[in-house]
Design a protein around this ligand. Structure first.
Ligand SMILES: [Zn+2]
Length: 116
């Protein structure tokens, strides 16, 4: 159980056994939530963020990966957002969560699902 459903003005961050509910009504509060989430992901390697009834897994990896953001096609940095099974860059991941609706999945030019 993750607790009660969130209101639209709150975000829930789950890092290991720790659960943190933060206010997310204003642009400033959302910025604080995302900065806290990114920091926690770097510390823990993987965290969950629930926001506007959307869930993201934020992963921090040191491994080089050929994966590109499914929305904008940019190469993914060490910190990536997984929303609805789609790997997204931080910019698209945040935009997706704030919008509360999935960003259109698009296969970036040159992207090969099968890898090398
Ligand atoms: Zn992107």
């Amino acid at each position: 159980m993750r607790g009660r459903p969130l209101t639209r003005d709150a975000a829930r961050l789950v890092a290991g056994a720790a659960v943190l509910v933060l206010p997310a009504a204003t642009a400033y509060e959302r910025q604080v939530v995302f900065e806290h989430a990114d920091h926690a992901a770097r510390l823990h390697g993987r965290i969950e963020l629930e926001f506007h009834q959307r869930r993201a897994v934020i992963c921090s990896t040191t491994a080089a990966s050929p994966t590109a953001c499914r929305s904008c096609g940019a190469p993914l940095a060490r910190l990536r957002y997984i929303v609805a099974w789609q790997p997204l860059c931080g910019i698209c991941g945040r935009r997706d969560l704030i919008a509360g609706a999935p960003v259109p999945a698009r296969r970036p030019a040159g992207y090969r699902a099968t890898g090398a």
